[in-house]
Design a protein around this ligand. Structure first.
Ligand code: ADP
Ligand code: ZN
Ligand code: ZN
Length: 697
C-alpha cells in the first residue's frame, strides 16, 4: 500500500513548480519529516509538507515517484516552523520550496545517510556542563524592565541608551527562563556577524559553552550543520545568530531577542527579501515565545508600534535612559563648516580636540561613510571622469593598489597614467573616502607624539582593510589593546563594538543624508550618529570628558538639535509627523517590483504592462474595486543606480494604507506578472522580483 505525500523541494524562484510535489511512500511519514526524493535525474532533499488522504487524480498518481529515503534520526520539523516558513513565503512573495529549503543548513542536502548518522552520534556524545559565571546585580532600571518582561506578554521594545545594560537584561531574561523551564530555548539575534563573537563570549561565560550555539553565514557548512542540529534536537539552550537564525528550528522556543532591532541588516536583500525582525515578532506569536526588541534608536516602525496602547500601540515599551555606572552620554559638539576655510576636511577645533586626546593617551574615532581614496577621478582639462563602462556609476579610486574599482559590478583596472580622453597627465581625485581621510589626517598630525614619545598610530577599518578572514578581529584587538590612537573608518566601526578607551568620536561629513531622496536616510543617519556616539566614553572614568563631534554645513538642522540632546523621542516624533503627512511607512505599506532587462525601456514597459493588466483584470472581479481604490500603483522608474553590469534596472512602487489589502493585491498580481513576462514583447526581460516592505526605495 502507498502513502501519498506532498513534498517540498528546492525550486528556482520563478519555475512553474511553486508548491509541493506529490510522492509515494511505502511507510507513513509525518508532516515535517526530512526526506530524499528523486527529482529529474537527481536525488534531492525534501520536506514532507503534508500527508494526502489518497492518490491524486489521474496522471499525477501514475507519474508520482517514490520517496528514496528518510533522514534517519532527525525529528520532523514542527508545525510552528512550517507555519513560519509558509507565512514568509506568502508574505514575501516567494516559492515555498525556495524559502523552506533555504532555511535549512546547506550541508543537510549533501550528507549521505552514513555521514549524517555519524554527525548525530558525535552530537549526542558532546556534553558536560561548564561552570557558569555569576550574573551581575541589575540596576534599578534594569530590574524594572526585567520585571515587566516577566509579568507581561509583550512583544516588548527595550528602548535603552547605549551602555544602559540592555545585553545584561537579555542575559537575565534568558536565565530566568531557564530557571523556570530548564528545557526551554532562546533565540538571540544580532545584525552582523562581526558582533556575534562579543555576544557569544558573554553568553557562554554566563551559561557555559555547551548551552550556546551560533548560526551565521560566516561559519563553515559543518559548523552550521552542527549548530542547527543542536537547535533542532533541543540540545542548545541559546541560539545566537544573524538574520538567518530567525528560521532556526527550535522545538521549545520561549524567548526571542532582537538586538539593535533598527539595523537594516535584518532585511535580506536578495532572494526572499524577508525582515528577520518582523518575522521574529510573527514567530513569537506562533510559538508562544516572548519577543524582546532592543535598541537605543529603534526603527520608526517599532517606535510607532510601542506608542501607548490607548493610541493603538501593540508593543510594550520598556525604557532605560541611563548608562550603567552613572556614565554620562558624550557631549555633542557641532562645527559649522560654513565658517571654516573652504575645502577644509578637518576643522581646526576638531583637529585640536583630537590632538588633546592623543596627548592624554586617549583614543579617537573618525568616521566617514565612504570607502576608497576618492569616489571619482577627474580630468580638469576635458572633463573626463572615471565612469564604469558597464554601470551608471563612477569607479572609485583606490590609492594603495592604484586601481579604479566599480563597487557595483566589481570591474577593476589600473589607474591610467594620463586622461584616457585627452592625454592630460594631470588627473586628480574628486571628493574623499576613508583611505584619503587617513592619509590626510596622518599629514595633519605628523608632528604629534604619544605621551611615551612614540610616533602616533592611525589605523583604518573598512571593507577594504578587512577583506581577509580574521582581519577585522585582529584590527579590533589592536584598538582594544590601546595600540591605536586614532581610528578612521566607515560605519563598520560605529556599530556595537565595545571600545572602552575612545573618548572622541567624529563624523566629518554626514550632511549627505539630510537631503537624500530616500525618506529613511535621516532615520539611518540619526541611528548611526547615536550609535557612534555610544562608542565614546563607555568606561565610566572617561565618560565625563567624552565627546561626539559633528561637522556640518547645516549645524542647526533639527536632526542635529535632537542629537545634541540625545533626544531620540523628539527626533522620532518629528520624523513620524512628516511620515504621517506624506503617507509614508509606518502609516502606509509598500512593495517594490524590480525588473531587469537589456534596455531601460523594456524593463519599464514590462512593469507598466503588468500593472495595467492587473488593474484591468481585478477591476472586473467582484469586491476588488475597494482594494484597488486604496492602492497607489506608481509608474515604473529607473532605479537610482540604473545600469549595473550592462543590465538596465527599473522599479515600480505600490503603496497602500492597509497591509492586508496590499498583500491581497500582491498575491493576485503574482500570476499577472508571470503572464506578462510570458508575452512575446517581454521576452527580453532578464528577471523580476518583488520586495515587500523595502528598506530603500
Ligand atoms: P548596552 O547593550 O545597552 O549597550 P551593555 O549590556 O553592553 O549595554 O552594558 C554596558 C556595560 O555595562 C557592559 O560592560 C556591562 O558588563 C556593564 N553592565 C551592564 N549591566 C550592569 C550591572 N547591572 N552592573 C554592572 N555592570 C553592568
Ligand atoms: Zn582629459
Ligand atoms: Zn560597474
Amino acid at each position: 500500500m502507498s502513502h501519498w505525500l506532498a513534498v517540498l523541494v528546492q525550486t528556482p524562484a520563478h519555475s512553474a513548480v511553486a508548491g509541493p510535489l506529490t510522492y509515494r511512500s511505502a511507510l507513513p511519514l509525518a508532516a515535517g519529516t526530512l526526506v530524499r526524493v528523486p527529482l529529474g535525474s537527481r536525488e534531492v532533499l525534501g520536506i514532507v509538507w503534508a500527508t494526502l488522504d489518497g492518490p491524486p487524480e489521474g496522471r499525477l498518481a501514475q507519474d508520482a515517484r517514490a520517496v528514496a529515503g528518510v533522514l534517519e534520526g532527525l525529528p520532523p520539523l514542527g508545525p510552528a516552523w512550517r507555519q513560519l516558513v509558509g507565512f514568509a513565503a506568502s508574505y514575501y512573495q516567494r516559492a515555498l520550496g525556495e524559502v523552506a529549503l533555504a532555511a535549512l543548513p546547506p550541508q543537510l542536502r549533501e550528507l549521505s545517510a552514513v555521514q549524517l548518522a555519524r554527525r548525530l552520534k558525535r552530537q549526542a556524545l558532546a556534553g558536560g556542563e561548564a561552570p557558569a559565571a555569576e550574573p551581575l546585580r541589575l540596576s534599578a532600571q534594569q530590574a524594572q524592565a526585567l520585571a515587566r518582561l516577566e509579568g507581561e506578554p509583550g512583544p516588548f521594545l527595550l528602548f535603552g541608551a547605549t551602555g544602559s545594560g540592555k545585553t545584561e537584561v537579555y542575559l537575565h531574561a534568558v536565565q530566568a527562563l531557564l530557571q523556570r523551564e530548564p528545557e526551554a530555548q532562546a533565540l538571540v539575534m544580532v545584525p552582523e556577524i562581526n558582533l556575534t563573537p562579543q555576544l557569544e563570549a558573554r553568553f557562554t561565560e554566563r551559561f557555559g559553552p555547551q548551552a550556546v550555539v551560533a548560526l551565521h553565514s560566516g561559519m563553515t557548512p559543518a559548523q552550521r550543520l552542527k549548530s542547527w542540529l543542536a537547535a533542532h534536537g533541543g540540545a542548545a539552550r541559546i541560539v545566537l545568530g544573524t538574520r538567518m537564525a530567525v528560521f532556526a528550528s527550535c522545538p521549545r522556543l520561549r524567548l526571542i531577542v532582537v538586538d539593535e532591532e533598527h539595523d537594516p541588516s535584518y532585511k535580506q536583500q536578495e532572494g526572499a527579501r524577508y525582515s528577520a525582525r518582523d518575522l521574529a515578532v510573527y514567530r513569537g506569536r506562533l510559538e508562544g515565545a516572548k519577543v524582546l526588541l532592543g535598541s537605543a534608536t529603534p526603527s520608526l516602525e517599532s517606535w510607532h508600534h510601542s506608542r501607548p496602547a490607548e493610541q493603538g500601540g501593540r508593543y510594550v515599551r520598556l525604557e532605560m535612559p541611563e548608562r550603567i555606572g552613572a556614565g554620562s552620554l558624550p557631549r555633542v559638539r557641532r562645527v559649522d563648516m560654513n565658517h571654516q576655510p573652504r575645502r577644509a576636511v578637518f576643522s581646526a577645533p576638531l583637529l585640536e580636540a583630537i590632538r588633546e586626546r592623543v596627548a592624554r593617551g586617549e583614543q579617537s574615532m573618525v568616521f566617514l561613510n565612504r570607502r576608497g581614496y576618492a569616489p571619482v577621478l577627474h580630468c580638469a582639462d576635458c572633463g573626463w571622469k572615471s565612469g564604469c563602462p558597464y554601470c551608471s556609476a563612477w569607479r572609485v579610486f583606490h590609492k594603495n593598489d592604484r586601481t579604479l574599482r566599480c563597487h557595483h559590478c566589481g570591474f577593476t583596472e589600473r589607474v591610467p597614467r594620463a586622461c584616457p580622453d585627452c592625454g592630460n597627465a594631470d588627473i586628480a581625485p574628486l571628493g574623499r573616502g576613508t583611505e584619503r581621510l587617513e592619509e590626510h589626517l596622518t599629514e595633519l598630525l605628523a608632528d604629534l607624539r604619544r605621551p611615551d614619545g612614540a610616533p602616533l598610530r592611525i589605523a583604518r577599518i573598512d571593507a577594504d582593510t578587512t577583506r581577509l578572514k580574521g582581519a577585522l578581529q585582529a584590527q579590533l584587538a589592536q584598538v582594544h589593546a590601546g595600540e591605536v590612537d586614532v581610528l578612521v573608518g566607515t560605519q563598520m566601526i560605529a556599530k556595537g563594538h565595545d571600545f572602552r578607551r575612545i573618548t572622541l568620536v567624529a563624523a566629518v561629513n554626514p550632511d549627505g543624508a539630510l537631503f537624500s531622496s530616500d525618506f529613511r536616510a535621516p532615520e539611518r543617519l540619526f541611528a548611526l550618529l547615536m550609535q557612534a556616539g555610544g562608542r565614546a566614553g563607555r568606561e565610566a572614568a572617561h565618560s565625563a570628558a567624552s565627546e561626539m563631534w559633528v561637522q556640518s554645513f547645516h549645524p542647526g538642522h533639527a536632526l542635529f538639535e535632537a542629537l545634541k540632546r540625545h533626544d531620540y523621542p523628539a527626533f522620532a516624533a518629528s520624523q513620524l509627523k512628516e511620515r504621517a503627512q506624506a503617507g509614508l511607512p509606518p502609516f502606509s505599506f509598500q512593495a517594490l517590483v524590480r525588473a531587469e532587462a537589456r534596455t531601460q525601456e523594456l524593463a519599464q514597459s514590462f512593469l507598466n504592462a503588468a500593472s495595467a493588466a492587473a488593474q484591468a483584470e481585478l477591476a472586473a472581479l467582484p469586491g476588488w474595486d475597494q482594494v484597488l481604490a486604496r492602492l497607489s500603483l506608481y509608474p515604473a522608474v529607473p532605479m537610482s543606480v540604473q545600469r549595473v553590469a550592462n543590465v538596465e534596472r527599473a522599479q515600480m512602487l505600490v503603496e497602500c494604507p492597509s497591509r492586508a489589502a496590499l498583500q491581497r493585491f500582491l498575491a493576485a498580481w503574482h500570476g499577472v506578472l508571470h503572464a506578462t513576462r510570458a508575452q512575446p514583447e517581454h521576452k527580453g526581460l532578464i528577471r523580476w522580483a518583488v520586495d515587500v516592505d523595502p528598506l530603500a526605495i
